[in-house]
Ligand binder design. Sequence first.
Ligand code: 4AD
Length: 564
Amino acid sequence: MAEPDVQSLSIKDIPPPPEGTIFIDDTTGTDSTDVGTSTNSPLKTPAFALYAYPDATAYYVRRTVDSPYEPISASMLKKAKKGVDSIGKKIKAAEEAKIKKEADDARKLAEAKAIVLTEDTSLPAPKKIKIRDSKENRETRVVINGWVHRLRLQKGLAFLVLRDGTGYIQCVLSGDLANAYSTLTLTLESSVKVYGVIHSLPEGKSAPGNHELTIDYYEIVGLAPGGENAITNKVQETAEPSLLLDMRHLALRGETMAGIFKVRAALLRSFRRVYDELGLTEVTPPCMVQTQVEGGSTLFSLSYYGENAYLTQSSQLYLETCLPALGDVFCVQESFRAETSHTRRHLSEYTHVEAELAFITFEDLLHHIETILTKTIDYLLEDPDIAEIVKKLNPHFVPPKLPFRRMTYESALTWLNEHDIPNEEGEKFKFGDDIAEAAERKMTDTINEPILLTRFPVEIKSFYMQKCADDDRVTESVDVLMPNVGEITGGSMRIYELSELMKGFAREKIDPAPYYWFNDQRIYGTCPHGGYGLGTERIMAWLLDRYTVRDCSLYPRFTGRCKP
Ligand code: 4AD
């Protein structure tokens, strides 16, 4: 039968491709010997088709994804035949190069394996140091233990950045040290012990600390996996947040994460320093309790040897009992909230810095809170290493200055209404409305400076809050609001008359019996007192400009996450 005249065929007339046809599509195809035999995975070029499938029954080409496959034209076939030879040559050359490279690599590895690294005993005994002490120990032989943070192999040289938790140092290996098998197969995150001398860097070169350790000997303590299980495959910056949280134990090793937790430690250190200067005594109240502080809806219950118990929401009530014994007190303790708000600033467990002060007025409390916050930040920034991390993570951070702007709840409502920011029902704010997170954030971000928001209505605050003497609709309460996170601190004066406190319990429908120890505070030498709680992770989010408080908790707990 005569061949159909392809040029004159309409789409309907195109003959069906016979068995053994090879398909080609210049736009979506790839030139590989794995494809070509099906319409869904075409080859890219006719020349490659002829090279890879010289005995094909037919070659069909399509011009676009939407057009049909048609038999190859005579002119295209002629052109393709010319290209076959050069493809063959290229493939052959590539195969030869690959074989040569494999042989070279095998030879190099064999040579590398033959290199035995030994410590030169004629060198001075090394001094064991931490990386942070590198500068003082330049030009002395040292030994440093750490983890391989970065690694670069170059012809005859190897550079590694070592990390030990106190800093980072660049190390260089040359000669046999660079060519040894253990160096060629070294992996990121391996733990190593390096020996050598730290030299300052010449002008124009840069590395952490402006120096470099010239290694004269090293030992691998624990070789980390490479290939598929390499750390870079386990923790990728662009991975889903929940995958990164599953791998939190490895993600912590990154510079940003490690920096956050160095700053967090410095923050807690600074708080303690300020409290110490102001004469507050640190106490550690229990986490397992049988009373609520901030409302029953966020209590985590547990069975305590068969009795009902909870994880503490706040240590406040316990701090109050310490006043007559120890004077002003503070604690750094975990608080737990079975939060219904799944927001970027709510955790189920957070580190609560709380303080309680005796014989103070509401104004004393406000002044104390703004002082604590400003001094703590000033002390934190006194440490140049910490200041550097803050600058890197939040270049625009401005330390707060005294006094903070004061704003009453009622004036905040006026401000919100004037700025057309509605309440949760989408209406104008009215007295008694809660200022929810979104509205609070908009106001704080617009005002863009710390705010002491005071005098909240009785009904939206806890049972223990003292009412204002000049208006019994509102309480001597305060929230500190910071740009970018909103509320970082909540505090108040406490009711110190027993009969008033009983009214508070009744209003909130709480049985006062389990609170006998707290109530005794009002019986055995009561006094005006007040205190507050600071959310560590929220302060961190503000200080380091983190999108969520989750970044500022070592192993964050929130709805659906209690691991690792
Ligand atoms: O305003 P809160 O609930 O106040 C109290 O617990 C008082 N009893 C404290 C006291 O007066 N001793 O919480 C205080 C602070 C908040 O301002 C916020 O910074 C933080 O604790 N906080 C949370 N942080 C993270 N996740 C949560 N779910 C938080 N709930 C409160």
